[in-house]
Ligand binder design. Structure first.
Ligand code: F6R
Length: 609
């Protein structure tokens, strides 16, 4: 995610751009930049770091002009740096562009543009768009943008500025948001409403494939074929703070709803278009590389650790490589048996968790190859690891991790398929089947998010109980661990997760009348055994909420309530079964009046041991 803004009107553009970007920092904050047309030429100022670094720079030598665009970045292609910050310019400096999204075919375009003599100054995918418009321009800005759109593939919200036509901004979008704020003698463009709400409440929300020519007095919207589109004015009636959360009450629920997109983006460019397999441009391993890995050690904390447990099941089953999973704070102190035949996989949303970073350094010291899975480009863990796979979840603001977890699971699944295919332990047909199921997941998550009322009701019904148990077998147990962590950290309800077969070895003593038990039963190979465990807790008068696969009519006979998830391959069920558990935790916390986004005693990034 990134945040973009644009201004055209009678006022100075820079103050509006900086103010608007400050409202979009939740979309990204590793670098920022603005471009302003001063009446003669376009000046660009950009800087790595939070927005205040740029603001200070602009303060010391203000950029003057009434036309401008700005960007706050969350790095995807290219680490956070001055050069990689947006706006990006072409070779002449006449075209400037800001972008939110991923240009999937940028490498191919870049090669072609370099062959034609274009000089690139950044590692970003976005810069190709600036050079492409230079290449396409023959005196007509609008026609050039249309030609660019014919050639780029991927997701984008783009705003263009052209020095030769300084009476307009042109913007367009595909799969990433863009709104146009309608003013009196001035107009605004932004990724999201908070950036413009202080100036106008009248907006056009652009749809995919639409393009707008924005002047100070008019906004022309058309489709890709150039056919005019009549837009309805959307009047914003939220307050500014709610607008920052996109109208959601909390960042956590907003991020839960962002999961279809986050999951889709994390698969982008990695899942072969014909579903024949998985590629990782960032790895490019050979058969010899994979043959050299005799053991995998996964190290992480909290939710990321739970993603690692799912990863163990997947990698052991599909790639037949033994996997150990450790919490990072324990790893260093148990003299782990790690050597140059071990691949250590470090999972961390923030890329800054101190224990995880220390574990990574320890693994390197012991001679292990290291691979980080993180959400933050250029983070300490990303920099320290031999190789990195990024999750494309966008910034996660709520302390409780949701979209980072599901995207970590996507990477674990992709990695297991990649390794299994390379090693020959995963048959081509099975790989294809898994890829097809992966591709379905964003729609299936969306489907789950459309029907939250029953979950809300359970949360209201059981939200004031003091103990809750989560049980499951195999992959369901891994998800139970995450469900219980989510519930306890934001609702402060005491929650425990157990491998369902373990209950009778002690915990069953705690199951008394009315205790809620969340029982996950999505794994066919242990299904009958799971039903027996459900009967055990029902016999002690627990209230059981079963999580089952759509089409399973049996489970309803044994539980008090059932939540169904769409059917998918057994290895991918965690990506769906965790969604109702996130929602249950969220609504329980809301019912109890807890501070959902900032639970007591916790912080988003844990940089102490
Ligand atoms: C729980 C949660 C934490 C983090 C943990 C590791 O919802 O968010 O358990 O997963 O602190 O953080 P990262 O992934 O940033 O290393």
């Amino acid at each position: 995610m990134c945040g973009i803004v644009g201004y055209i009107g009678p006022d100075q553009a820079a103050p509006f751009l900086l103010e608007g970007m400050s409202k979009l920092e939740y979309r990204g904050y590793d670098s920022a930049g603005i471009a302003v047309f001063d009446g003669t030429e376009i000046h660009v100022d950009k800087s790595v770091g939070r927005l205040n670094v740029l603001a200070k720079k602009v303060d010391s030598h203000p950029l003057k002009g009434q036309l401008g665009i700005g960007h706050t970045r969350w790095a995807t292609h290219g680490r956070p740096s001055d050069a990689n910050s947006h706006p990006h310019t072409d070779c002449t400096g006449k075209f400037v562009v800001v972008h939110n999204g991923i240009i999937e075919n940028y490498l191919h375009l870049k090669e072609k543009l370099i062959a034609k003599g274009h000089k690139f100054t950044s590692e970003t995918d976005t810069e190709v768009v600036a050079h492409l418009i230079e290449e396409c321009y023959q005196g007509d800005f609008e026609a050039a943008v249309k030609k660019v759109l014919e050639q780029i593939e991927g997701s984008y919200a783009l705003v263009f500025m052209c020095q030769d036509e300084p009476d307009k901004l042109i913007c367009t979008k595909q799969d990433n948001p863009l709104v146009i704020g309608l003013g009196e003698g001035e107009n605004f463009i932004a990724s999201d409403i908070p950036a413009i709400i202080s100036r106008t409440r009248k907006t056009y929300i652009l749809n995919d494939g639409e393009m707008a020519i924005v002047t100070k007095d008019s906004v022309w919207v058309m489709n890709r074929q150039g056919v005019p589109v009549t837009k309805k004015v959307f009047e914003v009636n939220w307050d500014a703070e709610a607008a920052e959360r996109g109208g959601y009450e909390h960042f956590m629920i907003k991020e839960i709803y962002e999961q279809p997109k986050a999951v889709r983006e994390t698969m982008t460019g990695r899942l072969a278009k014909d579903d024949s397999g998985v590629t990782f441009d960032e790895l490019k391993w050979t058969k010899e590389d994979i043959a050299g890995i005799k053991k995998i050690a996964v190290v992480a904390c909290g939710t990321a650790y739970h993603a690692g447990i799912v990863g163990k099941y997947l990698m052991e089953n599909l790639a037949r490589i033994p996997v150990e999973v450790d919490v990072a704070s324990e790893f260093r102190y148990r003299s782990p048996i790690i050597d140059d035949q071990t691949l250590t996989i470090i999972i961390s949303q923030s890329g800054e968790t101190l224990d995880t970073l220390a574990a990574l350094k320890e693994a390197k010291k012991l001679g292990s190859r290291t691979l980080a899975i993180t959400n933050v480009v250029g983070s300490s863990i990303a920099r320290e690891s031999d190789q990195v796979i990024y999750t494309w979840a966008g910034p996660e603001i709520a302390v409780a991790s949701t979209k980072a977890y599901t995207t970590q699971l996507i990477v674990m699944a992709l990695l297991a398929i990649y390794m299994g295919s390379l090693k020959g332990t995963l048959e081509q047909e099975k790989a294809r089947e898994l890829c097809r199921e992966l591709r379905n997941l964003p729609n299936q998550i969306h489907e789950l998010l459309e029907d939250v009322e029953p979950i809300k009701t359970f949360a209201q019904q059981y939200g004031f109980k003091e103990d809750v148990f989560f049980i499951g077998r195999s992959l369901d147990y891994a998800v139970a661990l995450e469900g219980s962590l989510k519930l306890k950290e934001i609702s402060y309800i005491h929650a425990e997760a157990y491998a369902a077969g373990e209950l009778k070895h002690g915990t069953l003593a705690l199951i008394i009348e009315g205790v809620p038990v969340i029982a996950l039963a999505t794994q066919k190979d242990v299904y009958e055994k799971m039903l027996s465990n459900i009967k055990e807790v029902k016999a002690r008068d627990a209230v059981v909420i079963g999580i089952g696969l759509k089409g399973d009519e049996q489970i309803e006979k044994y539980v008090d309530h059932t939540i169904y998830i769409p059917a998918t391959d057994k290895f991918l069920t965690p990506i769906l079964s965790v969604i109702p558990l996130q929602l249950l935790a969220y609504y329980a916390a809301v019912t109890r009046g807890c501070d959902v986004d900032k639970p007591r005693n916790l912080a988003k990034s844990v940089t102490v041991e």
